[in-house]
Design a protein around this ligand. Structure first.
Ligand code: 5U1
Length: 671
């Protein structure tokens, strides 16, 4: 029998070989041994580790499945936000993007790194000393779900970075997706088991990733492609294309379809080539992504709102199909907006079966001249709600019926009003209209808001119709007894819902603000408000002028917020929610120090700072209650100037505005 040192050596050798084969299979897409041979090596390692448990390490290939099923996912705050990309649909938008980039860089022609836009789920992988420590979903871009146990089961994701000198700290970002062949195999298996099939690979990947039991994820064969890092990778890399090469060396799959192209012509050529080969790819894509290839130039361009200025997604045209309008219903939304919705003969388009398509508003129905009985072209792009693109007029039968918007709300019979400057007609009853109340509650409970699992439309309908729930605060007064009295509600489900409601009490201020459903306040504005004000009382009592100090809050949004909190009923609901125990995680940490010299001041950033990216500097300023503006005026308090600062610096000098370098800014922002 082999001695202990020989066994330990064999274990190490098997691990290295298996890692190498995973790398060949997933990252290089060039397996060098058969599946059977791989399994043989794997089983040998399993056997040796079984006999010598002291030799097991967490990064052994045998330890991919090992995590216990979870009761819920923990939250992970991303070190740097996971941003989304701005979209372009036309060549003109790409011309405009390139123009903005060239102007921003003062360059004649720019090189772009181009790659397919994967139709999957963005994730972040954090490595410390070369080992995978945390894997998280994108979530709202700031906070995601900890799916480490699940992502460890993906053989495409290295548990240990390759090479002798991996970086001490690394965050890799990329997309988890399901290859089309694996999707077909999964659905075949679902059919055989009599289980529900997945509608498309993206949904299958999402469903597989968000499993509380990693053993289920392990059976689902998910792929991963890396496309960026969460911070600088170091090592003197100067181009995005070099970052991708380095990620491939470290063991990550990086798409073969990538290229570096020059200018508009290069981008459009790439788009055409990838578009033409799209159906032959092994995975679904919904467009291509261009990024300024030079990393220093990326830094100079920085970010606008929630998206990088140096990158854009060039989406493929939406998919279209023809079908018949069987009726036109009117839906009443959260803000009372009446939306005509075409009821369609079911048609498969863009990867799903579509039975309804929005007609947006009355004017749109007239403009497109959609009538009941018409044959129409339905369009669906990505996750966007399907819409009626146009009527096939040649196929119009003689007996079509025109749509008439009702004068009274189809739900509560209140008057429908339409102001002169709006295309939208609204039910005038506000939250007294059950439809608006239901939508407001569904929004409140939705995943990106208070995230109350199980509170879906059927239950909300029952709760509102039976007059048990009027406002979101009523949800926190529900008990198992009240809920189990509802039709088709088992005691177990009732207690699950009560537990989910209880759990939602611990949330973030940003989610809470978003959940309130204030008109014109989306997730991004809610996050900005939370960060700037730090607590709900400050927001509720803020004047319009103070609200406008917040990033991206203009007069219309500020007015909506002020109007919302001026309404006694809304203040009462907020007070009841707080009294019921709703509380916020990071409020204390994010409380803004009103004594900070940056508080209430307007800053303009120009040029490249030595250490901070523009986005990081802007974030720090906002965290201290300052506002970041794009242009210098008499209202500017400070201009923060880095290398190659241009006209903004000149203007600041002209107007006598205080000028800071990075060190002076950091000094000003000291706690
Ligand atoms: N292929 C690809 N997709 N994608 C998505 N690259 C890429 N880069 C992204 C995102 C959000 O963001 C970086 C520009 C940071």
């Amino acid at each position: 029998m082999a001695g202990a040192p020989q066994i330990a050596a064999r274990v190490l050798q098997l691990r290295a070989e298996l890692d190498q084969h995973n790398y060949h299979y997933y990252a290089l897409d060039r397996p060098v041994i058969s599946d059977a041979e791989y399994d043989r090596l794997f089983r040998e390692l399993q056997t040796l580790e079984g006999q010598h448990p002291e030799l097991v390490t967490p990064d052994s290939p045998t330890q991919r499945v090992g995590a216990e099923p979870l009761a819920e996912f923990a939250q992970v705050t991303h070190r740097a936000p996971m941003l989304s990309l701005n979209n372009a649909f036309t060549d003109d938008e790409i011309v405009a993007f390139d123009k903005r980039v060239r102007e921003g860089l003062d360059a004649e022609a720019v090189d772009y790194a181009a790659e397919p836009k994967f139709d999957g789920l963005a994730v972040s992988l954090v490595y410390a000393d070369g080992r995978l420590v945390t894997a998280a979903t994108r979530g709202d871009g700031y906070t995601g779900e900890d799916v480490t146990g699940n992502l460890r089961t993906l053989r495409a994701i290295p548990l240990r970075l390759r090479g002798a000198r991996p970086p001490a700290a690394l965050e890799v970002r990329g997309e988890v997706l399901m290859l089309r062949a694996d999707f077909e195999r999964l659905n075949q298996r679902q059919r055989e088991m009599g289980a529900r099939e997945f509608v498309n690979p993206r949904n299958a990947a999402a469903g597989s990733l968000r499993q509380l039991d990693p053993r289920i994820t392990a059976t689902r064969r998910l792929a991963f492609y890396a496309y960026s890092t969460g911070g600088p990778l170091g090592g003197g890399l100067r181009k995005h294309s070099e970052v991708l090469e380095r990620l491939a060396e470290l063991g990550f799959p990086v798409t073969e379809e990538r290229a570096v192209v020059t200018g508009v012509a290069g981008m459009l050529d790439y788009y055409a080539t990838i578009g033409a080969g799209r159906s032959k790819l092994r995975f679904d894509i919904d467009g291509v992504v261009y990024k300024v290839n030079d990393l220093a130039a990326q830094n100079t361009l920085g970010f606008v709102s929630r998206a990088p200025r140096f990158s854009i997604a060039h989406k493929f045209a939406a998919e279209e199909a023809m079908t018949v309008v069987e009726g036109i219903n009117v839906q009443v939304g959260r803000t009372g907006a009446l939306t005509p919705v075409a009821r369609l003969k079911p048609v498969f388009v863009g990867g799903v079966t579509v039975t309804n398509a929005t007609l947006h508003n009355e004017d749109e129905v007239r403009r497109k001249d959609v009538r009941i009985g018409d044959t129409v072209v339905v369009r669906r792009a990505g996750d966007v709600i399907p819409e009626v693109a146009r009527v096939v007029i040649e196929q119009r039968p003689p007996d079509t019926r025109e749509f008439v918007l009702p004068a009274r709300c189809p739900v509560c019979d209140s008057e429908v009003v339409r102001s002169a400057d709006e295309a939208i007609a609204r039910c005038s009853a506000g939250l007294f209209c059950p439809a608006q109340r239901k939508q407001a509650l569904l929004h409140f409970a939705s995943r990106r808001a208070m995230d109350i699992e199980g509170l879906g439309d059927k239950l909300v309908e029952q709760l509102v119709d039976s007059r048990i729930v009027h406002t979101p605060a009523d949800l926190y007064r529900l008990g198992v007894i009240k809920l189990s009295a509802l039709e088709r509600m088992a005691e177990k489900s009732a207690s699950n819902i009560v537990a989910a409601i209880e759990k939602s009490k611990r949330t973030t201020l940003a989610r809470f603000i978003y959940a309130l459903g204030i008109r014109n306040v989306g997730e991004s504005t809610a996050q900005d408000l939370a960060r700037s004000f730090g607590n709900i009382e400050h927001i509720a009592s803020a004047k319009v002028e103070a609200l406008q100090q917040v990033q991206d809050v203009g007069p219309v949004v500020a007015q909506s917020i002020a109007e919302f909190f001026a309404e006694p009923h809304n203040r009462e609901v907020v007070a009841q929610l707080l009294a019921a125990g709703v509380s916020f995680e990071e409020t204390a940490a994010r409380e803004i120090d009103t004594a900070s010299p940056a508080y209430g001041k307007t800053f303009v950033l120009t040029g490249a700072l030595p250490r901070l990216t523009r986005d990081e500097a802007a974030q720090k300023i906002r965290d201290h209650g300052g506002k970041v503006s794009g242009s210098v005026s008499k209202k500017t308090d400070f201009v923060v100037a880095g290398e190659d600062a241009g006209s903004k610096l000149l203007k600041a000098r002209e107007l006598g505005v205080a000028i800071l370098d990075e060190a002076a800014l950091l000094k000003l922002l000291e706690p």
